[in-house]
Design a protein around this ligand. Structure first.
Ligand code: FAD
Length: 440
């Protein structure tokens, strides 16, 4: 048994950093999170996040059980699988479960469309004494006694046994540890938006867009749609789970305060940057008129309901971004500074894997640090095993996402027709579809 508890400092209170902090707190390992944002409410916007079984397993393991159930209740069911269609909404192939509804609380199969705002609120729950806001890390220094000291923009410092870079894409901590780390820009530009579900929009939206996730594969460009429709109303959740949340010393009404935002259809349009006008570049605030004008031109000939989905979306939900991906790193000698999530293996949001990979890392790093804290394994050995697996899995996922992004924005007419033909063949011949996509 070790005589002294491990002391862990996490830089960055995003999805991965907070999940790690929840897990360490649950395991009784001392942890402090240093977050650049000034307050917990600094970011109260964002699109839904699709949580897959890897993310579900991590959240289930790290959150107290009542918070996990609250998360599942406030989330939406992302629906049965993904449909691939052409731009006229003609089906090409459908991937994923088609049959019975799995138990949403079972983390091994759980898929959840979660609101980023609610997820953040739940990940912060009970961590008032753990998370320090307004702490922008500027670097770190190893100390002679084997600990590490982080420095912050406000002139303060913090010393810990282990420092975790969870500060997202463009991580300061990771760049200091690995000067060769970096990101490659991909030639893809994305525009996303939300169409809120009202009596009127429900009337004209086709059933296809109101259920599950869809990928549209036109002769050029790419469109993804997904529905965000909460499973349960906040009042009913509070009545059902309120007492268990109060037993944790938490206020269910406060945790559910953000769970009232409206249901919507999310869409993301992706195009090859070189095929767009040169002045169509990401701006802090997307210009709705320019976005609408561009989309109207690019989608001429598409199904009218798809065009209306894009045209009628709420202007202040429009979001424009360019894609980049982390460049692979060579293995290194493990020390007491490690990393997780986007800080190490940032990837484009195609396929919704970045957050899930960050949660997966957090789960595994939590297990490694807990084993070291209990004296079950030397710290360096536990961290080395975590890093080897995290790197392998993280960069394999980056490669897969970069490949899929390349296919989505491909401009060669031959390549586009070949992929449409291939999807159609997979849809028409179920054994081929199963061989290519697994469950089908
Ligand atoms: C439009 C969009 C849609 C997406 N959809 C999905 C999806 O459906 N499913 C999915 O799995 N993923 C999705 N992703 C990706 C996902 O959001 C990221 O992969 C995920 O947030 C990474 O988590 P993280 O904890 O590593 O980093 P982050 O969540 O980015 O957190 C990093 C934190 O560190 C803080 N920070 C930064 N620098 C410092 C500093 N110097 N000092 C202190 N704090 C600092 C930041 O303020 C932030 O809070 C999407 C991304 C985008 C852009």
């Amino acid at each position: 048994m070790s005589l002294r508890r491990l002391n862990v400092a996490v830089i960055g209170g995003g999805i991965g950093g907070l999940c790690l902090a929840q897990g360490l707190r649950r395991a009784g390992v001392p942890v402090t999170v240093y977050e650049r944002d000034r307050t917990a409410d600094s970011r109260l916007q964002g699109f839904r996040l699709n949580i897959d079984p890897a993310g579900s397993l991590a959240l289930h393991a790290c959150l107290p059980p009542a918070l996990w159930e609250l998360l599942v209740a406030t989330a939406g069911d992302p629906g049965p699988g993904i449909s691939f269609l052409d731009e006229r909404m003609r089906p090409l192939v459908r991937i994923g479960r088609n049959d019975r509804e799995p138990d949403p609380l079972d983390p091994t199969t759980g898929r959840h469309a979660v609101s980023r705002v609610t997820l953040r609120r739940l990940l912060l729950a009970g961590l008032d004494d753990v998370v320090r806001f307004g702490k922008e890390c500027t670097g770190f220094t190893p100390t002679d006694d084997g600990t590490v000291t982080a420095t912050f923009a406000d002139g303060t410092t913090a010393t810990a046994d282990v420092l975790v870079a969870a500060d997202g894409a463009g991580s300061r901590v990771w760049a200091q540890l690995h000067p060769a780390a970096g990101r490659a820009t991909l030639p893809a530009t994305a525009v996303a938006g939300k169409l809120f579900l009202t009596e009127d929009t429900r009337r004209w939206l086709p059933q296809r867009l109101l259920a599950g996730m869809n990928v549209f594969w036109p002769p050029r460009d790419f469109l993804f749609t997904a529905i965000f429709h909460r499973r349960e109303a906040p009042a009913s959740i509070a009545a059902r789970l309120g007492d268990r949340v109060r037993e944790l010393g938490l206020d269910p009404d406060r945790l559910l305060a953000d769970a009232h935002d409206d249901d919507y259809v999310l869409w993301a349009f992706i195009a090859h940057r070189d095929s767009l006008p040169a002045d169509f570049t990401p701006k802090a605030q997307a210009d709705p008129a320019a976005v609408r004008e561009l989309l109207a031109r690019r989608t001429a000939g598409w199904h009218p309901d798809l065009r209306r989905l894009l045209a009628d979306s709420t202007p202040d939900t429009l979001y424009q971004t360019e894609f980049s991906a982390a460049v692979p790193l060579r293995p290194w000698q493990t020390g007491n500074v490690t990393g997780l999530g986007d800080a190490v293996h940032h990837m484009p949001p195609v396929g919704g894997l970045g957050g899930n990979t960050a949660l997966r890392d957090a789960h595994r790093l939590c297990a490694a640090l807990t084993a070291a804290d209990r004296g079950d394994m030397p710290l360096r050995q536990a961290l080395h095993a975590y890093e080897a697996e995290m790197l392998r899995h993280g960069f394999r996922t980056v490669r897969e996402v970069v490949r899929n992004t390349g296919a989505a924005i491909a401009r060669s007419p031959v390549r586009r027709s070949a992929s449409r033909w291939f999807f159609r063949a997979c849809g028409a011949v179920p054994p081929l579809g199963r061989a290519v996509f697994g469950e089908h």
